[in-house]
Design a binder for this molecule. Structure first.
Ligand code: CMC
Length: 436
């Protein structure tokens, strides 16, 4: 971060002298006003619920230009990564800052594969859950529980521990998600098969059984890999900020990532893919395309509390580039599976078209986000709706851990501790119970 020639002056109407605040520039994107000394100099805090204008850290990992609809991981456009690289290369990029050459890629993949199994005890822990537990409830527990099994990689201040924890998390997430699925359907857990690709192995653990050979469909494998790449990171979103805040106390990486999983679950964030598919299914059940207008009226009615799930984004005020790629993947998968006439896909396209022509959405710059089409692809592949957010968590783990490790290596990092504007009662005395 460079000191800008630009300076900010904060003046007050009550006669307090004005203060000058330094301004820093990044390499691209808006400049930031450094308010770290504001409280010391003025006794005042800033107020910004939801971080609408607050940069909580400096980061060199992911950049989003929300107006242009551009997403870069370490400078590379998501369109190029999704079409020219695989998820393992993307993980390497996020973690180490560069796309690996052939030798580095082989070594990285080998390292990840070495860690794909989970401690056998994990399955006994998993068996404590109800069979109908939501997979994200299970994932929150399982990821946090990793810290009870891998004591040699829990010291966040030790660079070697951080490195091993990163690889372990990326390697074990598919195993845990697949175990959560197998448990819910009462099938035996399938051990990882390291001869397969990362995505292929995930499909194997999900859909193979010990009874018959399972052959990975290359179109599905590529689609899953692309879903992973598209979800791998997204700068300081709610779950990533949660991971950073949680990790800033010095807790172990597994605990910090478990906090990210918990945050991701919400329907305004990663849970939107599940909520979006449920929404489409409900419109379909109520009459399909002919009922879209009625549904849109509910969405636009401020008293209804109904949102068009998979639409809108805090940062994108243009088409989410991941949604475009996801729609392409959707086409490919449906065609490969002979499901071109999938009614939900048709419905989703109709909803999108109506929304993009409606002044409510146009004036608020609401466009489809990554979750609008991802559910349709996953459903076509045979992934149950409840598992969608688990797959998002699996993929986002690379971003979470890269961001966590970046924060710990940043000499400027401090425990996160926001301030508040207090609106409660001033000091008062406790009365004896009979007088309250
Ligand atoms: N449907 C209907 N109205 C919407 C929607 C929507 N999906 N999204 C935003 N709006 C309206 C909102 O009511 C507000 O209207 P008004 O100005 O009249 O009060 C205006 O658009 C601005 O929205 P906001 O709530 O101030 O925007 P935000 O930045 O706080 O929220 C969001 C962003 C993603 C939480 C929100 O757009 C939303 O809830 N979308 C649906 C859930 C969703 O798809 N989430 C996935 C996000 S992408 C993947 C991820 O990050 O996990």
């Amino acid at each position: 971060m460079k000191l800008s020639d630009n300076k900010a002056t904060l003046s007050f109407s009550n006669g307090r002298p004005a203060i000058e605040l330094p301004v820093y520039s990044g390499n691209i994107g808006p400049e930031v006003i450094d308010i770290r000394k504001l409280y010391g100099q003025t006794g005042m805090f800033t107020y910004d619920p939801g971080f609408l204008s607050t940069a909580s850290c400096q980061s060199a990992i992911t950049f989003i230009d929300g107006d242009k609809g551009e997403l870069l991981y370490r400078g590379y456009p998501i369109e190029q990564l999704a079409t020219q690289c695989n998820y393992m290369e993307t993980c390497h990029l996020l973690l180490y800052g560069n796309l690996p050459g052939a030798a580095a890629q082989t070594a990285f993949v080998k390292n990840v594969k070495y860690h794909t199994m989970v401690n056998e005890q994990m399955q006994f822990f998993l068996r404590g859950f109800r069979r109908d537990a939501h997979p994200m409830a299970i994932m929150t527990g399982l990821v946090g529980a990793l810290s009870a099994f891998y004591h040699d990689s829990t010291d966040i201040n030790n660079a070697e521990h951080r490195e091993v924890a990163a690889i372990r998390l990326i390697a074990k997430m598919p195993t845990l998600v697949a175990m959560a699925y197998k448990y819910s359907v009462g099938q035996p857990f399938m051990y990882p098969k390291n001869e397969l690709s990362y995505a292929g192995n995930f499909l194997h653990m999900m859909f193979a059984t010990p009874c018959e050979p399972y052959v990975v469909n290359p179109v599905i494998e590529r689609a899953i890999d692309r879903i992973f790449t598209l979800h791998a990171d997204h700068e300081q979103n709610a779950s990533t900020s949660t991971v950073r805040l949680c990790g800033s106390s010095g807790t172990n990486p597994f605990a910090a990532i478990a906090a990210g999983v918990a945050c991701l679950w919400g329907p305004a964030h990663g849970g939107a893919n599940e909520a979006c598919l449920q929404m489409l299914e409900e419109i379909q059940a109520s009459g399909g395309i002919s009922k879209v207008g009625e549904f849109m009226n509910q969405v636009k009615d401020k008293n209804s509390n109904v949102k068009l799930m998979g639409f809108g984004h805090r940062v994108y005020k243009n088409y989410d580039p991941r949604a475009t790629l996801m729609q392409e993947t959707c086409n490919e998968v449906l065609e490969a599976l002979g499901l071109q006439d999938d009614p939900l896909f048709k419905l989703a396209k109709a909803v999108e078209k109506i929304a993009l022509e409606d002044d409510y959405f146009v004036s608020r710059k609401l466009y489809p986000n990554v979750d609008f089409y991802s559910g349709i692809v996953q459903r076509a592949i045979g992934i149950p709706v409840k598992l969608f957010t688990g797959i998002f968590a699996l993929a986002r783990t690379a971003g979470w851990i890269a961001q966590l490790n970046e924060m710990i290596s940043d000499p400027e990092y401090k425990i996160g501790r926001p301030r508040q504007l207090f609106t409660g009662s001033p000091r008062r005395d406790v009365l004896p119970i009979a007088n309250r």
